[in-house]
Design a protein around this ligand. Structure first.
Ligand SMILES: CCOC(=O)[C@H]1C[C@@H]1c1ccc(O)c(OC)c1
Length: 314
């Protein structure tokens, strides 16, 4: 299909960590791509300024935030929100505007992490997931065609968090026994799958889980792979479950949230505890020809050029 026939995609949060991958994937797959972004100011970082320039030179249309959202929505077909947690409740305004515009073929709210309708976590993270569930219910009540994406653990994010390749260190922290498994999805694959999912009739009003068999590993397996590749062996420092639970109760915000994420993911192993339902779809099964990056391959990338570490906001 030529570029004109391709769905036009508007991305909220397109200048963020996952958002940048999403914009690049949308452009690479030939979609006219629009990014709803805060206007640059004299305080804007050089990275943000350069990102705007990079987007514009690759044909992205940057929509300044103050522009009329309904008028913008009437120019596009698909809306993808990659807004971070603090802005999750703001998506109610996107939903309202989509209802007024009434032309949007698919809306993907800002999900991409755990499958929050099937899992519960310790209170600090649970409170964050309540916000996401509210948006899901509002989307369903609105009648807007949607797709929810649960991409599980962001690969680069968690390899940085668990292995700390940017630091000189002799030890690694293991949460719990280290044996519980979790699915990892490299951010570039999250974006490449998501653009496909957003355009796929099979995924309308469905949940798509990103859970590739080769990328389901425990912390111990991850660290062992990294030790073999680096030739470095790390002292393992275990944080027992009861200590991590205590941290979720005593640490200040947002460290208490992070502790409760770690508890659910790596101590309880919750992300691999539910089976896909008959109504659920799995990305690598939907697009078997797409060659996703395995954790082993991502570690090879980390050996030579580890992506910059990031910390999610809540
Ligand atoms: C290790 C501490 O965890 C985090 O910083 C947050 C970014 C992690 C996160 C936030 C929301 C999620 O749904 C999710 O799914 C795996 C993961």
């Amino acid at each position: 299909m030529d570029r004109e026939a391709k769905n036009k995609i508007l991305i909220f949060g397109g200048t963020g960590n996952l958002g940048t991958y999403m914009v690049k994937a949308s452009i690479k797959l030939g979609h006219p791509t629009f990014v709803f972004a805060r206007p640059l100011t004299p305080q804007s970082t050089i990275n943000k300024i350069n990102l705007h320039k990079e987007f514009q030179s690759s044909g992205v249309t940057i929509i300044q935030e103050h522009e009329k959202i309904v008028a913008i929505l009437r120019q596009v077909d698909i809306v993808i929100s990659v807004l971070p947690f603090p802005q999750v409740p703001d998506q109610i305004h996107i939903i309202e505007a989509i209802k007024v515009a009434s032309n949007i073929k698919r809306f993907l709210p800002s999900e991409f992490g755990v499958e929050e309708d099937r899992l519960s976590f310790l209170p600090p993270f649970e409170a964050c997931l309540v916000k996401k569930r509210k948006i899901r219910r509002a989307v369903e009540a609105s009648g807007i065609p949607y797709t929810y994406v649960s991409a599980n653990c962001f690969g680069a994010y968690f390899l940085n968090y668990l292995l700390r390749p940017h630091e000189q260190h002799e030890d690694v922290t293991i949460y719990g026994s280290g044996e519980a498994k979790a699915p990892f999805t490299y951010e570039e694959d999250i974006a490449n799958y998501t653009i496909r999912v957003a355009n796929d009739p099979r995924t309308c009003n469905k949940i798509v889980i990103y859970k590739m068999q080769k990328n389901i590993l425990s912390q111990i397996e991850l660290i062992s792979l990294w030790e073999k590749k680096t030739g470095k062996y790390f002292k393992k420092v275990h944080v027992p479950e009861e200590e991590l639970v205590k941290l979720t109760e005593t640490l200040p915000f947002p460290d208490n949230v992070r502790a409760s994420v770690l508890h659910g993911l790596f101590v309880k192993g919750d992300l691999v505890k539910y089976e896909l339902g008959e109504n659920d779809l799995e990305a690598s099964s939907l697009y078997p020809d797409y060659k996703y990056t395995t954790v082993d391959q991502l570690l090879d990338v980390f050996l030579v050029d580890p992506p910059k570490p990031a910390l999610a906001t809540f």
